[in-house]
Structure formats: C-alpha cells, structure tokens
Design a protein around this ligand. Structure first.
Ligand code: GLY
Length: 358
C-alpha cells in the first residue's frame, strides 16, 4: 500500500493506492462524526461490478445510502443531471453532514465533485476512481465541472476531496480500450516529469498483458500530487499536465468522443507536440525516439486522415478561451515540460503530418 499526500495546508489529503482498498473503504469514514447519509454516485455497470458490495458493506454498518445512478457518457455532466442529483439529495434529507462518494471515471468524479462543492456551500466527498485514467489523473487535484451550452467544463470549481481511494483491482473489469486510454495519461507523466519512468514504461508496454498497474499508478499519483501541491489553481506549473492536450482535444472534437477516447487523443497529441519540441531543438533525437517508440507500442485506434484546417479551427477555438494566446506545452528535454506561447499555426499544421503515418 502507498499513501501519497497532496499537501495543501488545511485542504491537504491522501491518495491511497492499495489492492482491495474498496473493501476497507468504511475504515476511512470513521474519521467523520455523525454522517447523516452517504450519497453514492455511480453508473449502472460500475454498481453491478463493484458498487453493490460497497453499498451492502456500508449498509451493514448502519449507514444510510442515497444511491444515484448516472446515464453513461459525457452527456451526463450537465445541468439537468445536476438538478436531478440535488433534488434527490434534498428529498433524501441530505444536510451538511452528508458525504458524497464518487465511484466511477472522470464524468462521475467531475459531477460528484461539483455537487459536493455546491450543495449547502460545500460538503465532504471521496473520489473512488474506477478507470485507469481517473486513477492517475482526473480524481486528483480537485477539478470539478459540468458541460454547458456545448462547452466542456465551463461551469465548475476547484474543490479538493477528503481523500482519493485507488483500488487497482477494479481495473480487472475495465474494458481493454479504456485501459489504453489511461496509458496515454501515464506516458504523459513520464514525458513531463520523469525520464526514468519513460524508460520503464517503454519496457512495460512491450508486455501489456503483464503491465504493473499498481507501480505505474503510484508514480503518476506522486507526480500529480507534487504538481497540484505547487500550483493548485493552474496559474502556471499545473498547465504542463496538458501536454498533448491542445491537439488531443482538437482530435477528440474532430473525430467525436465515441470514436476516440480522451487518453487515445492525448497520445496522438503527444506525438505531434513531441515532434514540435524536437523540431525546435528542445529534445534530442534519442529522447524523441524513446518517447515515440513508447507511444507506438500502444494499440491505438487507427485514425482516418485528418483535415488540418478543421483541426486548426478547433485549436483556434481553444485559443479564444485563453485571451487570444495559445499556451502550448512543449518538452524541454524528456522528463521536463514548459509552457510556450511561440508555437505557430504552421508548426502545428506540420506536426499533424506525423498522424498520417498511422
Ligand atoms: N487533468 C489536468 C489537471 O488536473 O490539471
């Protein structure tokens, strides 16, 4: 077992990474007095695989559970669902002592966190991620949010959980392509912060069936905790977590979220961003090849040819949201990243050619 601290003064918390952690979840609740009820937010399939045992376990200890099942997909992060959750919580007499448990992937984590941050001006919540991507990224750091008016995460807050409980055993029921999506974010952590970790990943992804998930998750959580500790509100450093994301987000929008999962799009985005970093002389050929080779080992979905102008359209849309300046994340050597406002449209267009090699 490892516990990793996100050090934020009074809002500090632990990330627990432990096989079987879900079974011991009630132990963590012992730190709270007089919990009125637990609001368990999840998806149907996750409830069947994991949630039902958790619910039974908690009920047998006398906790009252308010179970809220969200529909699948990113669409469930909207005001209508928010409305439904808050209504159910009011009808179930939730109050300041109620505690939210987010049992799921990024969507469940984001909406549950936002519910917790806004219900009666803020109640406690736990992140219990069930996807690889959520275990290494979205469950940590307190980003919460909803989509509104076709804009992703346009409503939201930074509100830290009481704790993040990661049980790698839950990955046993995760579909393979969801795991691959998580690998994109895992490689990202090595690229931006730890060259030695990329070396290890390069070996590990060659035998993906025997991938040491717990070790990899622990290292990613340590890196994320370190970055969030230094820059909780994403003023500067936290932005490096968006390596591969500018082009990745554009690819997600271009292909549609059903066709390309977030982490898969980030993997492709990293190929392009690494290429720009290399062309600008920020990483040498050896490190560039090491990173590219590691990503190439992932069984990513084949991409149809992209229309560069349309990709640029999506990127320029992002730019509008950043005061007209694109903050592009580049590598500064492998294992180090920096924010650059000097990446031209031409460089981005050139980098997209890398994708046609797939
Ligand atoms: N997923 C990026 C962040 O938490 O900042």
């Amino acid at each position: 077992m490892s516990d990793i601290t996100v050090d934020l003064d009074l809002r500090s918390y632990k990330i627990i990474v432990e096989s079987g952690a879900l079974k011991s979840f009630p132990n963590y609740l012992k730190h709270h007095d007089n919990i009125k009820n637990l609001v368990l937010i999840s998806h149907d399939s996750i409830m069947k695989h994991h949630g039902i045992n958790l619910k039974n376990n908690l009920e047998s200890l006398g906790y009252k559970i308010v179970e809220i099942i969200l529909p699948d997909g990113d669409d469930s992060k909207d005001l209508e669902i928010y409305n439904r959750i808050i209504t159910m919580m009011i009808e179930s007499s939730c109050d300041k002592t109620s505690v939210v448990i987010a049992l799921g992937g990024g969507v469940v984590g984001d909406i549950s966190g936002f519910v917790a941050s806004s219900f009666m001006r803020g109640i406690k919540y736990y992140q219990v991620p069930t996807t690889l991507l959520a275990m290494v990224d979205s469950s940590i750091g307190g980003k919460t949010g909803l989509n509104f008016s076709r804009k992703k995460n346009i409503i939201g807050s930074i509100y830290q959980p009481v704790s993040v409980i990661v049980d790698p055993n839950l990955l046993d029921t995760l579909p393979f392509n969801e795991k691959i999506s998580g690998f994109g974010e895992i490689i990202k952590y090595g690229a931006i912060k730890d060259r030695g970790f990329v070396n290890k990943l390069n070996e590990w992804v060659k035998d993906i069936e025997n991938f040491p998930y717990t070790k990899a998750i622990e290292r990613c959580c340590q890196i994320k905790a370190e970055i969030v500790t230094k820059d909780e509100n994403e003023i500067n450093l936290r932005r490096v977590l968006n390596f591969g994301h500018t082009i990745g987000h554009a690819l997600e929008s271009y292909f549609g979220f059903q066709e390309l999962r977030h982490g898969e799009a980030v993997s492709y985005g990293m190929l392009c961003s690494a290429w720009i970093s290399f062309k600008k002389g920020f990483i040498d050929i050896k490190d560039y090849n090491l990173l590219i080779e590691t990503i190439n080992h992932l069984p990513l979905p084949k991409l149809n040819k992209v229309d560069p102008d349309e990709i640029m359209h999506y990127i320029n849309f992002d730019k509008k949201n950043e005061n007209g300046k694109l903050n592009f994340i580049l590598l500064d050597g492998l294992g180090k990243a920096k924010v650059s406002q000097n990446v031209s449209s031409l460089e981005i267009l050139e980098s997209l050619k890398v994708l046609n090699e797939y």
